[in-house]
Write a protein that binds this ligand. Sequence first.
Ligand SMILES: CSC[C@H]1O[C@H](OP(=O)(O)O)[C@H](O)[C@@H]1O
Length: 368
Amino acid sequence: MSVPSITPIRWCDDGHLELLDQRALPDRHLTLDVTSADGAAEAIRAMVVRGAPAIGITAAYGVVLAALKQRGSDWQPGVEAAITILAASRPTAVNLFWALERMHQVIAIHRHEEVAPVTALLEAARTIHRQDLDDNLTMGELGADLISREAPCAVMTHCNTGALATGGHGTALGVIRSAWSRGLITHVHANETRPWLQGARLTAWELDQEGIPVTLAVDSAASLLMAQGKVGWLIVGADRIAANGDVANKIGTLALAVQARYFGVKVMVVAPSSTFDLEVASGDAIPIETRDARELTHQGERVVAPEKINIYNPVFDVTPASLIDAIVCERGVIEHPDHAGVVRMIETCRGTEVCHNLSRTYERKDPE
Ligand SMILES: CSC[C@H]1O[C@H](OP(=O)(O)O)[C@H](O)[C@@H]1O
């Protein structure tokens, strides 16, 4: 499986982070050099980089940037402060808190050292980055195996879950890439994914770059495509999966899952184990980010709605486990997910490593 050359996150040998500015895609290919944890947090907040795994990877490198700036033996408060700043950058994707906890574990191991453990922190960040790509390639095959159970079909995806949202290959889009390479899918229907247009600007761009047949449609056309029998699978990513299998994902996923159930379309969620949060019993407790009203009142500089009206702009919603046919993670597939299936899978994924409360340490207690 060839991995496309899209690299949204690159650690540079001179000690800075280079981010592909996803706000400029598809027509402009701009990069942003980040040299501080504050800069990394702002890049996440402003969606220069976005996508649950990519946010965690960026935050991990942000901790390295903080460590590089520490001088002398009293380095730990400065690095811990950076972790707190990074944890406040976005509230829903639990991968952010999972990655920060992994970095904190490195700090704890080296806490008695005279200087900040830059080398160890950089290795930890690089491992998180590399492991995400490896996991995506594994999930790509596991998800494609599910699709292979029946004749090749067209699939639908929402938002962007590709190389731009991860360490490479992608989660849901990684399954689509793998299934396409095995001749298991015939076409991809990409929803534009308002208001930030991740589907139009990012997913359509990724698939077009690789010659995978894609049709872009407005979000509200999804049910018509399903009604016409043009979709075999709805394949989406996740930002946080609760202990009972409820899935927080880009706004619109819940409606798509309801429609899919009505029209007999199967629903697959694809996410690494770092997306699971066993400390959250159900989707009700997942913090849902709301973003700037300007995302609805403006398109670029053009005003497209009265600027003073009330705006509701939640950018995630929660799909109940009962509407999901399969959750694919790097160690296996949870079919017809429920609490027992999730816990069994995550215990397997994480072995003895006590990770369940990973997201709790740094998660902002007052979600938006
Ligand atoms: C594999 S990315 C998971 C998830 O992240 C996206 O959200 P955003 O673009 O706001 O960061 C979207 O919900 C994807 O499904």
